[in-house]
Design a protein around this ligand. Structure first.
Ligand code: ARG
Length: 464
């Protein structure tokens, strides 16, 4: 019998039952559902809405159900539709009449909002920990490569030399923002919705703050209509997840390009690479490619939920049951990606000589030659023109700038002197860029120090 059968004269069609049910996926929130029900039952007793004994029976029953679920002794039923009614049905079966009192002053609408928030809070904690692990790995790697010179690119064309540490720290910054975004999303997830009822609250004298405390929330929701129809927190999480995946995807793309023979900047560890079924020589960066690919699913999850919510009138609508699979998929995908990405990065072997060699070719020091001329008094625009001509001259002769002899240089500009050679050495070019946020080792070391302080603080937050 359905928990809502009173008003009906016919059985539910099997097709309706299957189509309507969410138990196949919302069963993942059974722990949160039980936690919420325990808090609700103790509050009902505290307020004298049910007796202490009744509350005790309900709570013990719920705890046993949780245990039995964990041990695989209970089976969810499609006939009971969703996780909320499945658990309520188990309870009534287990403790009898008293079980029927649990749903006093509560609706599945505020219940599902609660479960989803509890679930997401748990997952946010876990994902935050994984992100912090990745940040730590990046920081350790950066520390090893402050002096590793590599070409920096724009348009994927060699631009100016940087260091591998500086490049890695760019990703550190991206993911620092991801941590901040996750924390921000947590702020708005951290609202307790029970007491909102179906949409219009309840006439029972509930103590919402007590439930909030019991469940470890910081706030209670402020409007019952909004509380049951708000999925902003899930959309914010999916936005966070999409941006994080975009970052991981960009990083993956670079690792993929860098592992080509043409670049040869990095070699993925065998343990994090795969082979080809036909080409014996192959070693492919599949992990990075899959991370790049999975970014698409997470974007899809975000767009799905935004579209589900678009145009929904207040308050709850069944459309919203579709929120869960998108959210769960994004949670699973982000976790899987972070879990494999960090050790893949940790075990990757970077090739400093290859990077340094690449940094030397391709006129990466052309801007430095222009800056050299500026230091000797030439306006920058004129210096740019002079160097452009020198580069063209070199291209025609298959030379690099530092291979020109002094008299060749002086054909382009009289201001060029013997000291130009030292000035153009790529290491010097990097070391000179001491501006705040620049790639000079002394600046990168400062950035690493600051990052360590931040990471230490964030780890403490994590431990709280
Ligand atoms: N399974 C539903 C969901 O996930 C729970 C809320 C159902 N409420 C309702 N009035 N039909 O959204």
């Amino acid at each position: 019998m359905k928990l809502w059968s009173g008003r009906f004269t016919k059985e539910t069609d099997k097709l309706t039952e299957d189509f309507n049910a969410s138990i196949s996926f919302d069963c993942r929130m059974y722990k949160q559902d039980i936690r919420g029900s325990i808090a609700h039952a103790s509050m009902l007793a505290k307020q004298g809405i049910i007796t202490k004994e009744e509350s005790q029976l309900i709570i013990e029953g719920l705890k046993e159900i949780e245990k039995e679920l964990e041990e695989g002794k209970l089976r969810f039923a499609v006939e009971a539709e969703d996780v909320h009614m499945n658990i309520e049905t188990f309870l009534i079966k287990k403790i009898g009449e008293v079980g029927k009192k649990l749903h006093t002053a509560r609706s599945r609408n505020d219940q599902v909002a609660l479960d989803l928030r509890l679930y997401l809070k748990d997952e946010i904690k876990e994902i935050r920990r994984l992100l912090i692990d990745l940040e730590e790995t990046l920081l350790n790697l950066a520390e090893e490569h402050v002096e590793t010179i590599m070409p920096g690119y724009t348009h994927l064309q060699k631009a100016q030399p940087v260091s591998l540490a500086h490049h890695l720290m760019a990703y550190f910054e991206m993911m620092r923002r991801d941590v901040e975004r996750l924390d921000d999303c947590l702020k708005r997830t951290d609202y307790m919705p029970l007491g909102s009822g179906a949409l219009a609250g309840t006439g029972f004298n509930l103590d919402r703050d007590f439930v909030k405390e019991q469940l470890g929330f910081t706030h209670v929701t402020r409007n019952s209509l909004d509380a049951v129809s708000d999925r902003d927190f899930a959309i914010e999480f999916l936005s966070f997840a999409s941006i994080l995946m975009m970052h991981l995807s960009r990083f993956s793309e670079e690792l993929i390009i860098w592992s080509t023979e043409e670049f040869g900047f990095v070699e993925m560890d065998d343990a994090f690479s795969t082979g080809s079924s036909i080409m014996p020589q192959k070693k492919n960066p599949d992990i990075a490619e899959l991370v790049r690919g999975k970014t698409g699913r997470v974007y899809g999850d975000l767009v799905a939920l935004l579209t589900i919510m678009k145009g929904l009138p207040l308050a709850y609508n069944k459309d919203m049951q579709e929120d869960k699979e998108a959210l769960f998929d994004a949670v699973d995908t982000v976790k899987k990606c972070l879990i494999v990405f960090t050790p893949m990065l940790k075990t990757a072997r970077f090739k400093p000589e290859k990077m340094a060699k690449a940094a030397r070719g391709g006129f990466t020091n052309a801007t430095d030659l222009a800056d050299y001329l500026v230091r000797k008094g030439l306006p920058f625009r004129d210096a740019h023109e002079v160097v452009g001509k020198a580069v063209l001259y070199c291209i025609e002769r298959g030379k690099d700038l530092e291979e020109l002899n002094l008299s060749e240089y002086q054909e382009f500009c009289r201001l060029i002197d013997e000291d130009v050679y030292e000035f153009l050495a790529v290491k010097e070019c990097v070391a000179r860029r001491k501006v705040k946020g620049g790639p000079a080792p002394e600046q990168v070391l400062k950035a690493i120090d600051e990052a360590k302080v931040w990471l230490g603080r964030e780890k403490d937050v994590q431990a709280e």
